[in-house]
Design a protein. Sequence first.
Length: 117
Amino acid sequence: QVQLVESGGGSVQAGGSLRLSCAASGRTFNNYDMGWFRQTPEKEHDFLASISWTAHKTYANSVKDRFTISRDNDKNTIYLQMNNLTPEDAGRYYCAAQVDSPGYNVWGQGTQVTVFS
């Protein structure tokens, strides 16, 4: 069974940076496509970025010039480097994995990001 644990959230001033981490355990990490999402007020998951098992990256238009997704297969971890943060970036951030599924079916518990102006 795969488990995901996010960390790195916190409070930052607008214009600042944060680096989120998501550590995976339970099965072979290298084969998963992974993604980062932000929860909306309606409790939906807004897509932010993804990285395939071949390291192909995709980004939402709202973050593509400010956020960078990466993965370290040796550490079973993915990262989300977030720069030039704005108050609109605030929220709970989740990582997710596609485990033997075409969709994201394994989710972490989330980490909170607060951006103050």
